[in-house]
Design a binder for this molecule. Structure first.
Ligand code: SF4
Length: 51
């Protein structure tokens, strides 16, 4: 289980100063449903826009 989640997506409503994630849990998926072979091919599905 991931204990500390660092994230630089500061447009997310769960983002907090110091690049911390305040969500109680996060769900990470392969982007576009394809099998990921690089970190760039993963996305945080828990993301919610601040706006
Ligand atoms: S929910 Fe995902 S995108 Fe949002 S701050 Fe946490 S790790 Fe980053």
């Amino acid at each position: 289980m991931a204990k500390d989640v660092l994230c630089e997506v500061n447009s997310c409503k769960f983002w907090a100063a110091g690049n911390n994630c305040n969500a109680s849990s996060i769900y990470v998926v392969s982007n576009r449903g394809k099998q990921a072979s690089h970190s760039e091919e993963t996305d945080c599905k828990t993301f919610e826009s601040k706006i």
